[in-house]
Write a protein that binds this ligand. Structure first.
Ligand code: AMP
Ligand code: GLY
Length: 423
């Protein structure tokens, strides 16, 4: 089979390395991929947001199955466009991708169907938002309605900060049209858990849980980033919590989308907070998380292509999805200065196997792999327990060199501590 993977980051590289294990696949094509993905797939340069062009390419080039990984093309209808050309896909239609594409949609969905989430109000007018903020306790959370590269969430400690956040979104339009409407919601506390889940609208199969590390610096300090590292499984996600999430969140979300006529097929990502009042949804994503995928898929035992095709055919109930009883750690190697200003164009030297080294931001030039983004690599290791996985991932990361490399030194430390506290 000829399989197309749409996307160009570390997540897509992890999906491709996992798909490569399938005996059914003859060739993987990546649109647009990156210089590192070129090691594992045929690269076709194209704007992933030009969904009609992507679909035309797929139809003209004998693609048998497509995996659309990033939020933008999903929300723009890449799956609709591919399906219209008769190409089976893994990923939600744009009607279902709205669960990530509009925070107002997802908050209203949760309210309507009684799915636990932070209390909130939505605003399309700045003065009403200001009036509401005057009456609220701080801290408070301000969210842009639309996609904002994972940056559309501001936690305000003071009323002034809260008003500035609303103003930056609604008046200064820092997130463009995505900030025309905002959600203002209650500040929740508790450990965070990411759960990626396969679903075909009939069956819900959660994958192994994971923990992201969003802040740039050690000790969860510094700016929010796309993610500086991940571990799996997440120690806070005990069997009891998993059961509660399935009953109160996962299945009700699947049913709610069905009832809305927006059946979700693909990977539904639940960003959860385990609050003192039980698990609550912080966010839904309509896709695999990045860099969660980089620890979840290396633990998958079942053929990924088979699962993805079963989802597309609404036969997920026929597949037994299995994960290794091991732990994984992914350490992100970034460019110094990320997520703000950083230099790029430095050669990356691998003195190690590139298996489970997922390239996020690099380009090939004259046969050399050069850094080309804020997050450059995700270095994943799998081991019998978390402590060993962390050690192995860091050891491996030391064998990969490029100028101005930066990584956190404490990925997994909080999880290790939690193991001591919970179990
Ligand atoms: P998001 O971009 O939606 O993933 O949000 C970024 C981060 O903001 C989350 O991972 C949480 O740590 C935090 N966050 C979002 N919503 C809330 C909330 N209601 N209460 C506390 N923290 C939140
Ligand atoms: N790691 C969070 C996300 O993919 O949005």
């Amino acid at each position: 089979m000829k399989v197309l993977v749409v996307g160009n980051g570390g997540r897509e590289h992890a999906i491709i390395q996992s798909l490569k294990k399938s005996k059914k696949i003859d060739e993987i094509i990546a649109i647009a991929g990156n210089g590192g993905i070129a090691n594992d797939a045929t690269i076709v340069n194209m704007d992933v947001k030009d969904v009609e062009k992507v679909a035309e390419y797929a139809a003209a080039n004998g693609i048998d199955f497509a995996v659309v990984a990033p939020d933008d093309p999903l929300v723009l209808g890449a799956v609709n466009a591919l399906n219209a050309k008769g190409i089976a896909c893994f990923g939600p239609t744009k009607e279902a991708a709205i669960i990530e594409g509009s925070k107002i949609f997802s908050k209203n969905l949760m309210k309507k169907y009684g799915i636990p989430t932070a209390n909130y109000e939505t605003f399309s007018d700045m003065q009403s938002a200001f009036d509401y903020l005057e009456k609220q306790d701080m801290p408070i959370v301000i969210k842009a309605d639309g996609l904002a590269l994972g940056k559309g969430v501001i936690i305000a400690e003071t009323l002034e900060e809260a008003k500035n956040a609303v103003k930056s979104m609604m008046e200064d339009k820092v997130f463009g049209a995505s900030g025309a409407n905002v959600v203002i919601e209650e500040f929740l506390t508790g450990p965070e858990v990411s759960v990626l889940s396969f679903t075909d609208g009939k069956t819900m199969v959660p994958m192994v849980s994971s923990m992201d590390h969003k802040r740039a610096l050690d000790g969860d300090k510094g700016l929010n980033t796309g993610g500086m590292g991940t571990i799996a499984p997440n120690p806070y996600y005990t069997e009891n919590v998993a059961k509660e999430c399935m009953e109160k969140i996962f299945l009700p979300t699947m049913e709610a989308m069905n009832k809305e006529g927006r059946t979700f097929k693909g990977c539904l990502y639940f960003g959860l907070m385990l609050t003192p009042k039980g698990p609550k949804v912080i966010e839904y994503n309509c896709r695999f998380g990045d860099p969660e995928t980089q620890v979840v898929l290396p633990l998958l035992k079942t053929d990924l292509l088979e699962i993805m095709m079963a989802v597309a055919n609404e036969e997920l109930d026929k597949i037994k999805v299995e994960f290794m009883n091991k732990s994984a750690c992914c350490v992100v190697m970034a460019s110094k200065g990320y997520p703000e200003k950083y230099d790029k164009g430095f050669e990356i030297i691998f003195n190690t196997s590139r298996k489970n080294v997922f390239v996020a931001g690099a380009k090939l030039e004259n046969g050399k792999l050069l850094t080309n983004g804020g997050r450059v690599l995700g270095v994943t290791a799998v081991a019998g327990n978390l402590q060993k996985a962390i050690k192995k991932a860091y050891k491996k990361s030391e064998k990969i060199k490029f100028a101005n490399a930066y990584k956190r030194t404490d990925i997994g430390a909080r999880a290790l501590k939690a193991y001591g506290e919970i179990r």
